[in-house]
Ligand binder design. Structure first.
Ligand code: FES
Ligand code: FES
Length: 179
């Protein structure tokens, strides 16, 4: 059985027929070929499939595509603008907060939801907001620093010509390792 859904996806309105048992994750990856959203566990445990639905982070592996009807959905593909990276994407690169990258889209979208509702979070608020996103590579510290750098205005919100706001960015990782 199928149902027609109409949603705003990354700023564009789309209408599709989807099987009523299709997950949002499969709808995005398999039907729409938006493979930036990752499947880590398929069971709501890892957060790698995080998308924003009406601005709130949601595990797309636990959501039915039909439930997106009438909603505004943002995936990692929707963050870059005019070919440039979002400040959070720049910050993750600058701080080495990416290794395999599998958790990164979910981490960035959960971070975006946090900063949209709380532009100046504490480190504890960042940790809480990302508590549903598991990373097996980075050790989290660099991820938290990357999010904090955006909150602190260290990364310019310029999608095309973004440059580091402070002379000492990106961080000197070799010196950090020696400490
Ligand atoms: S794939 Fe959805 S939470 Fe892990
Ligand atoms: S960078 Fe590999 S899981 Fe996070």
């Amino acid at each position: 059985m199928k149902k027609t859904v109409t949603l705003t996806l990354n700023g564009s309105t789309i209408m599709r027929e989807v099987p009523v048992n299709r997950t949002m994750l499969d709808f995005l990856r398999d039907d729409l070929k938006l493979t930036g959203t990752k499947c880590g566990c398929g069971a709501g445990e890892c957060g790698s499939c995080t998308i924003l639905v009406n601005g709130e982070p949601v595990n797309s592996c636990l959501m039915l595509a039909t439930d997106a009807d009438g909603k505004e959905v943002t995936t990692i593909e929707g963050l870059s603008r005019d070919g440039g990276l979002h400040p959070l994407q720049k910050a993750f690169l600058a701080y080495g907060a990416i290794q395999c990258g599998y958790c990164t889209p979910g981490m960035i979208l959960s971070s975006k939801a946090l900063l949209d509702r709380n532009p100046h979070p504490t480190i504890d608020e960042i940790k809480k907001a990302l508590s549903g996103n598991i990373c097996r590579c980075t050790g989290y510290d660099k991820i938290f620093k990357a999010v904090m750098s955006v909150a602190n205005g260290e990364i310019l919100d310029d999608p095309v010509d973004g440059v580091w706001l402070q002379d000492d960015l990106p961080p000197r990782r070799c010196e950090e390792h020696k400490q």
